[in-house]
Design a protein around this ligand. Sequence first.
Ligand SMILES: Cc1cc2nc3c(=O)[nH]c(=O)nc-3n(C[C@H](O)[C@H](O)[C@H](O)COP(=O)(O)O)c2cc1C
Length: 188
Amino acid sequence: MKIVGISASPRRQGNTEFLLDKALEGAQTAGAEITKIVLNECCYSPCQECGGCDNSGICTVMDDMTDIYRQIDVADAIIVASPIFFGSIAAQLKMMIDRYQCYWIRKYILKRTREKRKGFFICVGGQNRQDFFQNAEKLVRIFFANIDVIYTGALFYPGINDKGKIQEYAGALKEAYERGENIARDVE
Ligand SMILES: Cc1cc2nc3c(=O)[nH]c(=O)nc-3n(C[C@H](O)[C@H](O)[C@H](O)COP(=O)(O)O)c2cc1C
């Protein structure tokens, strides 16, 4: 059982990454093989709308997305984690999602289907704005639907700003850990 975690924060050892690490730790304890992708350390362009995938459903842009597609393809479940940036997900994640246009082609034009997997979302923001979390959640739901991942829920943490501040919230880390465990048990 493989679980892939995707961190969209540019801040290493930041709140998003701490939460994602806890969820992955929980998943690993429950028997999953885990992989973490830190988007900010990957080199990929936004979708160029070049039409290169129009007939094949395969992106023709050669960059780190090639490996990201492969990792997510073989995952039994995925956990996406992002900070709130200007009321939405971080650009690193939006750029990755847009590069899944080739999967939109596979699903809606080429009518290819695949076995459904499960996905989960973790999101942290400095303000206490539920509408911002809802915006972010909507985008992640759209992404999951495009790649045949069932949205199984989210954990939202408002009011967390300083780097690593989430470490002071033992309950939040425990919650993320337990969600990770549950995701892995659910997949088994
Ligand atoms: C460019 C930028 C934009 C941000 N925009 C928002 C925002 O609109 N709403 C909010 O609640 N927090 C916002 N924040 C605060 C981050 O969501 C918050 O600091 C979060 O804990 C960062 O997580 P990280 O440590 O994983 O990067 C913003 C931070 C940055 C750097």
